[in-house]
Ligand binder design. Structure first.
Ligand SMILES: Nc1ncnc2c1ncn2[C@@H]1O[C@H](COP(=O)(O)OP(=O)(O)OP(=O)(O)O)[C@@H](O)[C@H]1O
Ligand code: NI
Length: 407
């Protein structure tokens, strides 16, 4: 267990057998006209079989870019500049074991070293994503059924012949074909796949699925389209489902239904979920472990109980409010005085990035903290000197140290 934390703080270590994904020192930058933006900074974490891992943090802390980096969907001017993304796939490991350009460790391959077409082929059958806005996952001019059936076919091809280049290069999503300018003819999806699409729609709780498959995305309500998006994501039978604010746009009742559905399918299929949200109530309800992000870094992590009951980092404490309580979690992030840093490399001082907003900032916070193990048994770690020693008022930074506008 403590090994995992050591790895997180930088010591090199291979992935463990029960890691479906193991991310090591991943950094993603945007190279903009204003300068280099450090959106994700040397982030390490594991996703294990059968778990829901939560990623929480204020807007702009790097949650979405982290998840996009995992599936190689960071768009220009962004680029992953460093790190490893180990994915467990005995097939790929065998295929690339003798290839010097690809890093293989047991059953894991470093996705950053495999050819791009292989990475692309994993979207759907290995990783699926659901987002806040389901319209973005559907092409408005193709029926919901056809789009789900297409995802089913991508999965079937991948399973039927995992090593074939064709199955790997087919990409994912009929919508994407259209966006790419390749328009398949009518009847492209088989009846069998369409039947499976109906089954999936039924599973996610769409009434009259046999009729609704023939409807267009615009004919679905927000909640129903969210369910359809989950059906589309499940069609690929992914190992890992990445859910980025999956319920933020929905009203409370539907939100609870969608979360129940996600948990149900997670348990049923034994898949792993990365759940990104602002909503601490959702994290408390759903997650086994949680990572707290701030300014592109994971600043605290551990089992849900460890982080929520005994937060160490003042940022986590701030998010949870003054009385963190698992029985009665604050439903939304508590506002913290001051602003999230803009992440411009030239403006990022070499210190704890939270120090300018921290009620407990000390002189030692002017050095960059390593991740410190709080409790190995709960995999609890924090990038904060307070994990090591109590706050000492004698070392407090003057209130106006950072210019005095951070209150
Ligand atoms: N296309 C882009 N161009 C330049 N910078 C970007 C781009 N996309 C993201 N960033 C930078 O990356 C940082 C992290 O963004 P990200 O979307 O991951 O935050 P987030 O934690 O998901 O926030 P939210 O909760 O609002 O979704 C942003 O603050 C922004 O500076
Ligand atoms: Ni986001």
């Amino acid at each position: 267990m403590s090994e995992r934390l050591q790895a997180a703080s930088g010591a090199g270590r291979g992935p463990d057998a029960d890691d479906v994904l193991s991310v090591s020192n991943l950094s993603t930058r945007f190279f903009t006209e204003e300068g280099q933006i450090n959106a994700v900074e040397s982030v390490s974490f594991d996703i294990r079989d059968n778990e829901i891992l939560g990623i929480v943090g204020e807007s702009g802390s790097g949650k979405s870019v982290t998840s996009l980096s995992l599936i190689d969907l960071v768009e220009s001017p962004g680029r992953i500049t460093e790190g490893e993304v180990w994915y467990r796939s005995p097939d790929l490991a065998d295929e690339f074991r003798s290839n010097d350009a690809v890093s293989v460790d047991g059953d894991h391959v470093d996705l950053r070293t495999v050819p791009p077409r292989v990475r692309r082929s994993l979207r759907g059958p290995s990783f699926s994503t659901i987002f806040q806005d389901p319209m973005s996952s559907f092409n408005p001019s193709i029926t919901v059924g056809e789009q789900i059936a297409e995802a089913v076919e991508v999965q079937r091809r991948a399973t039927a012949n995992p090593r074939s280049t064709r199955s790997r290069t087919q990409g994912y999503g009929l919508g994407q074909y259209l966006l790419d300018g390749i328009i398949p003819g009518r009847g492209y999806t088989s009846e069998e796949s369409m039947d499976r699409a109906i089954e999936l729609l039924e599973q996610v709780g769409i009434p009259d699925p046999a009729d609704r498959v023939d409807e267009y995305p615009g004919q679905f309500s927000g909640g129903m389209l969210q369910r359809a998006m989950i059906a589309q994501a499940l069609a690929g039978e992914p190992d890992v489902l990445i859910a980025d604010e999956p319920t933020t746009a929905l009203d409370v009742t539907i939100q609870a239904q969608i979360l129940n559905l996600l948990r149900e399918v997670q348990e049923e299929r034994g898949m792993s979920i990365i759940l990104i949200t602002h909503d601490l109530g959702v994290i408390a309800e759903m997650c086994d472990r949680v990572c707290v992000m701030y300014a592109g870094e994971i600043v605290e992590r551990g089992t849900l109980n460890a982080v929520f009951d005994d937060p160490v980092h003042p940022y986590t404490e701030g998010l949870l409010g003054s009385i963190p309580d698992l029985e009665d979690p604050k439903p939304r992030l508590q506002p913290i005085a001051g602003n999230v840093p803009g992440l411009l490399d030239s403006e990022m001082d070499d210190r704890c990035y939270f120090a300018d907003r921290c009620p407990n900032a000390m002189e030692s916070c002017l050095e960059k903290p390593d991740e410190i193990v709080v409790d190995a048994a709960t995999e609890h770690g924090a990038k904060c000197v307070l994990a090591e020693r109590p706050y000492d008022p004698d070392e407090a930074l003057p209130a106006d140290y950072f210019g005095g506008d951070s209150e």
